[in-house]
Structure formats: structure tokens, C-alpha cells
Design a protein around this ligand. Structure first.
Ligand SMILES: Cc1cc2nc3c(=O)[nH]c(=O)nc-3n(C[C@H](O)[C@H](O)[C@H](O)COP(=O)(O)O)c2cc1C
Length: 170
């Protein structure tokens, strides 16, 4: 799929998934897209735990409601990298968007799960997956073949959000 088509087709998917496993080769391709994202000072502060084992997925589902057959758990290292500041969230977000586009391009569906990790769930997932102390589970991307056709939510028109040379236009 061409890049701009993937950008237009990418959408959050919260529907049912087909009972089809995701090929490891595809999961590797998706995560490789995340690995290639930019990061502040090239710190590459996001790492990834790819869950495709039935038993580990079942235990993950006890913490976060995920119906997909696989999931990519994004782990951030919040150690500061520039003048005492951490850019771990931005680094992670760049990796997540690259992966969402790769997921779309390969015909799978996903949703950015981050709010769903509040209330101690991120810590529970970290424990389940042996994430070292000092690192944080930030985002989970479920991955699977969608069972329904969904679309990206409507976006405001260009003219309402972007202008040339001056905020709000001339
Ligand atoms: C930082 C962030 C956190 C999000 N957390 C969640 C979440 O916990 N659960 C969820 O269902 N969607 C979550 N989303 C997805 C948004 O709800 C979704 O992107 C938005 O409604 C726009 O729809 P679209 O992705 O189809 O364009 C999150 C998105 C972002 C960027």
C-alpha cells in the first residue's frame, strides 16, 4: 500500500478480529517500522515486547480488554537525554504512528491503547512481561485481521487547522 493511502486508511479499530494468527514475519516488519522512527538525540528510548503466545495473550487480556490475537507492548525508558529533559513520550509516539501505518499497510487493524493502561494497569502489564524497574509500559497496540470494516474518524478540514505563513491565515 502506498504511504498516503495508508495515512488515509489508518483508523482506530475496536471491533472483533478474525480468528487468524498474525505471521511473525509481519509482526517483525511492523516493529521494524517502529524501530526506524525518529527519537530525540537518536536515543531510541522505546523498546517493544511482541506478544503472540496464546497463554501470554490470555494473561494480558485479564488486565486490558484486547480481542486481537497479538499485541505490541511499547516500553519507554524515561531517563533524561537532553538538558535534564526526557523525550521518551515523543519518541514512543513517533514509533507508534510508524507502526500504525505499517499495520494498516499490511491489512491489519489496531488502536492506540494508552488511556486504557491507567489505574495501575501499566504496572500490571510490566510485571507480567518482566519489564525492568525504571522502564514504563506506555502504549499497547493490538494487532489482528479486522472482522468488520471501520473508518478513520472525521478530521476537521485543512482550512480549520492549517495555514501558510501566519496562524489563522492572512
Ligand atoms: C495518546 C493517545 C491515547 C489513546 N488512548 C486510547 C485508549 O486508551 N483507548 C482507545 O480505545 N483509544 C485510544 N486512543 C485512540 C483515539 O481515541 C483515536 O485515535 C481518536 O478517537 C481518533 O480516531 P482515529 O484513530 O480513527 O483517527 C488514543 C490515542 C492517542 C493519540
Amino acid at each position: 500500500m502506498e504511504l498516503f493511502e495508508a495515512i488515509a486508511k489508518r483508523h482506530s479499530y475496536r471491533g472483533p478480529f478474525l480468528d487468524k494468527p498474525v505471521a511473525r514475519e509481519d509482526l517483525r516488519k511492523i516493529v521494524q517500522a517502529g524501530i526506524q522512527a525518529p527519537s530525540a538525540r537518536n536515543a531510541q528510548s522505546t523498546s517493544f515486547v511482541i506478544v503472540d503466545d496464546l497463554e501470554v495473550m490470555a494473561r494480558l487480556r485479564e488486565i486490558v480488554p484486547i480481542s486481537a490475537p497479538a499485541a505490541i507492548v511499547c516500553v519507554v525508558d524515561p531517563s533524561p537525554v537532553v538538558h535534564g529533559k526526557s523525550f521518551a513520550l515523543q519518541d514512543c509516539a513517533a514509533a507508534v504512528e510508524n507502526m500504525l501505518l505499517a499495520i494498516t499497510a499490511l491489512g491489519y487493524a489496531s488502536v492506540w491503547l494508552e488511556g486504557a493502561l491507567h489505574g495501575g494497569k501499566a504496572e500490571q502489564v510490566a510485571k507480567l512481561l518482566d519489564v525492568p524497574l525504571g522502564k514504563r509500559v506506555q502504549v499497547i497496540l493490538p494487532v489482528g485481521v479486522p472482522g468488520e470494516h471501520w473508518q478513520q474518524r472525521e478530521k476537521k478540514p485543512f482550512e480549520e487547522r492549517a495555514w501558510f505563513n501566519c496562524y489563522g491565515g492572512a
